[in-house]
Design a protein around this ligand. Sequence first.
Ligand SMILES: Nc1ncnc2c1ncn2[C@@H]1O[C@H](COP(=O)(O)OP(=O)(O)OP(=O)(O)O)[C@@H](O)[C@H]1O
Length: 330
Amino acid sequence: MIELDDLRKTYHLPGRDVVALAGVDLEVAPGEVYGVVGESGAGKSTLLRCVNLLERPDTGTVTVAGQELTSLRGEELRKARQQIGMIFQHFELLAQRTVAANVALPLELAGVKRRKRDLRVDELLDLVGLADKAAAYPAQLSGGQKQRVGIARALAAGPAVMLCDEATSALDPDTTRSILGLLRDITSRLGVTVLLITHEYEVVKSVCDSVALLKDGKVVEKGPIASLLSTPNSVLAHALLPRLPVAEPATNGGVIADLTFLGEAANRPVITETARTFDIDISVVAGALESLAGLRVGRLRVELLGAAEACDGALKRFGELELAPEVHRV
Ligand SMILES: Nc1ncnc2c1ncn2[C@@H]1O[C@H](COP(=O)(O)OP(=O)(O)OP(=O)(O)O)[C@@H](O)[C@H]1O
């Protein structure tokens, strides 16, 4: 649904060049929620601006819903952009317009007739739970309500794709949860594909199917969350896994190791089986369980007590069982 091929963008400043995108390839499948994460300055905003061509990449192509936007200009580009809705960190609502008139704006620009427009606006406000705020002005709304208006406006022209620029960074954690839930729910119901940029892994955890890590203008890792989680040494997987407390010294002088359980592995009696096989004691020190991209992911910190060789054997066995044991050397 969105295809980015070798996107490059350099800003020329007096006396120096800043490479913002250094050859980005990305493919977002229809209906998917795709997150792009990265530190400040990694190139996330530039990437998003290049997708709807608010910024023209120096080279490379952007294809959205089968149409190569980078080959279009003027009226053709304006038309093609109606396939793309956008929501912003600071909502970007027009203060002098009512909620209904803000949502109606893309429809006005697309030349939709008054009656049809009004019906569509009612439907959209209903969808985002703001039917009773149609006549209110943005200043009278909370941050979460403003973003709901932003979502309704982005959906107004019936886009195939929605771009979200740090959509929840200005909101508190509870409001963030409800906005992300709404975004996930509405876009999956309407079959809209979402590309979002964020610097928060919590956002990726709660809504994304796939994720890419941008660093210095390059994608250094990407893929569906479910496959990243089972990729050894994946930086993204590590950042997305449920958090265990900072390692404490071994309480009984044993070997401390963190194990990761994905999906069905959580149901197997591997701890008792391994303890029996190697004739050691294994106790659970800490644990966490979360749902990530529809997959149950568990992490367990265990302490192995027994002969050094037996403990090594047990750790090797955990590796064979794909539990990715990480040993804490204390
Ligand atoms: N209009 C511009 N002119 C000059 N340099 C720019 C411009 N926009 C971005 N840059 C530079 O390009 C690089 C990438 O910036 P970008 O804003 O895309 O990163 P980001 O990952 O979105 O960062 P943040 O999370 O802080 O918004 C940075 O070094 C930035 O200073």
